[in-house]
Design a protein around this ligand. Structure first.
Ligand code: GDG
Length: 500
């Protein structure tokens, strides 16, 4: 069924994100197009195609310049050109300062409450400001090109300053932003230099609507505004901030996945074969298979998961050999020291645990440390008796939802951190506190011992939940809210009530 989507899409759409939907790279036999894996690009690409919109993003491929025009525009998808990709080039030092620096070594750890990992450097901040100006001016140029009153949709923490930079130059634009990661409470946000706090909040308040994954993150944001900007009026109940004669709506819009696509992947004959061979290899006879899938990121709690396993195999030796742990940990941000260290620590710990507990016919932990195709992920989800998501903080966590979508057999247990945004919706999972290692190990044991009827009962509830809140429902809800914000603003301008 085709989703309706809202009338907000009658406006020309300009999307801004750091990652681009298509990347061109030089290969020995020519230029190859890469379609970066990930739910977001797959969800938004069809909308851009349908509306013939514009996607502004960082040019990360080494052949990107070769195929784009002088300004950086290229029509995509290749072979079926239907929308404009506007590429923005960053210097090496801005990749360092903006992307690896302020975005991923200051904002990322700060928003995930990893205060000891927060690195604030003046050069990085200046580079973040510069990059935001560059991307904002590309958005403005695209707005001038397409004309009319566009809808500008900004994505994530890389671009907190862009909305307020675009607003005065495209006054008729409807501007909104989805913040994919958590937003910290004021005490943590307060770690940033005061001037930086003001710039980030004022930048975000350049939006008509700011979208968070959960109510908790939306409240944190409004709390930070109330405590940091004395001239702002915050109405927590209504989710509205007034500043400088403008209003910004704040709301929770939990992101989801393309459920039908994951079900399709799970049903492919190849997936079914791979699933069967995973079970033959790692879970023969009555041995079980526990799986996890993450980017190799310290927020995902991979080390805590290993500690819980160690605790279990040490305290309950009878559990050794009863299940294999398959960890898919995709390399991520390896240019950042904290990530390189995490990778070393995780590899070492897995090796040590395997040396300590392995038997002649059992390797306790199997690590897949590479980017794999989505159909292999589907096979991993289908093969699992238990899937563990142990994030220490997470905006949402799509893996939890992908696992559920793939389990058309209504079997399999989800162990889910209560610090992942997904736990707000997925209460029928076994919720766990990954900081409390003993309890984490106990919950794993409960998952492994869960009788079949309870697995089915829980998975049925989880599947209903995910089926009723897909990526299309997310888009519909958000675009309708953006449109309502727009109408409310129009009414306010005409002197009427400005409520959603
Ligand atoms: C942020 C927020 C929020 C992983 N390895 C491979 C691969 N993946 C895919 C998974 C899943 C995605 O990556 C990871 O999802 P998360 O939700 O854990 O996301 P983050 O990357 O941390 O992203 C997060 C999300 O934004 C969306 O708003 O949920 O809280 O941190 O889709 O399947 N995909 C492929 N190969 C891999 O090796 N193809």
């Amino acid at each position: 069924m085709q989703p309706k989507f809202s009338a907000a899409l009658d406006r020309p759409l300009i999307l801004l994100s750091n990652r681009e939907p298509y990347e061109h790279v030089h290969r020995p036999n020519g230029i190859e197009v890469r379609f970066p894996a990930g739910g977001l690009v797959s969800a938004l690409d069809p909308i851009l195609r349908r509306t013939h919109g514009t996607w502004v993003a960082w040019a990360s491929g080494n052949a990107d310049r070769t195929v784009a025009d002088d300004v950086g525009r290229v029509m995509v998808p290749p072979g079926d050109p239907s929308y404009t990709l506007r590429r923005v080039w960053l210097s090496e030092s801005d990749v360092e300062g903006f992307y690896l620096g302020f975005a991923n070594s200051a904002l990322w750890p700060l928003c995930h409450l990893f205060v000891s990992k927060v690195d604030i450097r003046r050069n990085d901040w200046e580079s973040y400001e510069r990059a935001n100006r560059m991307f904002a001016s590309a958005v403005v140029q695209e707005a001038e090109r397409v004309g009319g009153a566009p809808m500008v949709w900004v994505h994530d923490y890389h671009f907190a300053l862009a909305p307020a930079l675009v607003r005065p130059q495209v006054p008729d634009a409807l501007i909104h932003q989805f913040w994919h990661i958590p937003f910290p409470p004021p005490d943590v946000f307060g770690i940033l230099p005061v001037g930086v706090q003001h710039s980030l909040l004022r930048g975000l308040l350049g939006n008509d609507l700011v979208e968070f994954q959960t109510d908790g993150f939306a409240w944190n944001f409004m709390d930070c505004v109330a405590r940091t900007l004395p001239d702002a009026q915050v109405s927590l109940d209504q989710g509205v901030v007034h500043l400088d004669g403008r209003q910004t709506r704040i709301g929770a819009f939990p992101i989801s996945i393309d459920v039908a696509e994951w079900q399709r992947l799970a049903a492919l004959p190849h997936t079914v074969d791979v699933c069967r061979s995973l079970r033959q290899r790692y879970a023969p006879r009555d041995r079980q298979l526990v799986v996890s899938v993450d980017r190799m990121d310290y927020t995902k709690g991979i080390e805590r998961r290993l500690r819980a396993l160690e605790h279990m195999w040490t305290d309950s030796p009878e559990r050794r050999g009863t299940f294999t742990m398959l960890i898919v940990a995709t390399p991520s941000r390896t240019d950042i020291q904290a990530y390189a260290k995490l990778e070393r620590d995780v590899l070492e710990k897995i090796e040590r645990l395997n040396d300590e507990f392995r038997t002649l016919d059992w390797t306790p932990i199997v690590l897949v440390h590479e980017n794999v195709d989505a159909d292999l992920l589907a096979a991993v989800y289908c093969a699992a008796d238990v899937c563990v998501v142990s994030s220490l903080q997470d905006g949402m966590n799509l893996v939890a939802k992908e696992f559920i979508a793939c389990r058309t057999d209504r079997n399999g247990v989800l162990v889910l951190s209560r610090f992942a945004g997904a736990s707000d919706e997925l209460g029928a999972a076994l919720l766990v506190n990954p900081f409390f290692i003993d309890a984490f190990a106990d919950t794993l044991a409960v998952a492994l011992d869960m009788p079949r009827h309870e697995r089915v009962e829980r998975m049925t509830i989880l599947r209903d939940r995910v089926a009723n809140a897909t990526i299309d429902d997310w888009l519909d809800a958000m675009l309708s809210a953006a449109e309502a914000t727009d109408q409310a603003t129009d009414r306010a301008a005409e002197g009427g009530a400005a409520t959603l």
